[in-house]
Design a protein around this ligand. Structure first.
Ligand SMILES: *[C@@H]1O[C@H](CO)[C@@H](O)[C@H](O)[C@H]1NC(C)=O
Ligand SMILES: *[C@@H]1O[C@H](CO)[C@@H](O)[C@H](O)[C@H]1NC(C)=O
Length: 167
């Protein structure tokens, strides 16, 4: 849990963070329409048509993609908060290992943003870079990550998911 939360600074890094549990392996976009693919070098998809989301994501790039266990991972993300996102915005994060839920938690978005030296309110164009080091061990299997982000009034900021297989 601490690992996950400490890696969730970016507006969507909950997903990437969960990947640090995954440590590399073949990450693939879940079956999805092209318009659900998150732009950039990453394995993420939007949960639904992102045109209604308050956050427009220009790109998310992982280096290396997929991440390698035991190695540094650089996450670059660029987006635009099209309306002001104020305190008490939150991330509902779930990580499943097969059918088993490893993590199902609600985290404060503004707290997480401090990890990248940002604070609420969030508004306009934002650009982040974050380096993390991935642990060495991971049980093999299929992992599913879902990060659902809302304002305090339950307006959808974004929703992202990823599936990863590790052999
Ligand atoms: C961000 O979104 C706002 C509201 O839609 C828009 O006015 C602004 O031009 C956008 N900024 C960028 C850099 O795209
Ligand atoms: C987010 O998670 C909380 C706590 O699990 C839950 O009560 C809430 O309904 C969830 N919000 C949404 C919009 O799914």
């Amino acid at each position: 849990m601490k690992l996950i939360l400490s890696l969730t600074p970016l507006f969507l890094s909950t997903l990437v963070a969960s990947k640090s549990l995954l440590f590399g392996g073949n990450q693939q976009h879940p079956l999805a329409d092209d318009n659900l693919l998150v732009p950039g070098d990453n394995p993420l998809t939007f949960c639904a048509d992102p045109s209604d989301y308050l956050l427009t994501i220009d790109n998310v790039d992982l280096d290396p993609n997929p991440p390698q266990k035991g190695k540094a991972l650089t996450i670059k993300a660029k987006g635009n908060f099209t309306v002001k996102v104020e305190k008490d915005a939150y991330i509902n994060l779930s990580v499943k290992y097969g059918v088993i839920t490893l993590i199902n938690t609600k985290a404060d978005l503004c707290d997480q943003m401090k990890e990248v030296d940002e604070s609420c309110p969030l508004e306009g164009a934002k650009d982040f870079t974050k380096d993390v080091t991935l642990p060495k061990e991971i049980p093999r299997g299929t992992y599913t990550v879902l990060a659902d982000v809302y304002t305090k009034d339950d307006e959808q900021v974004t929703c992202l998911k990823a599936t990863a297989h590790f052999s």
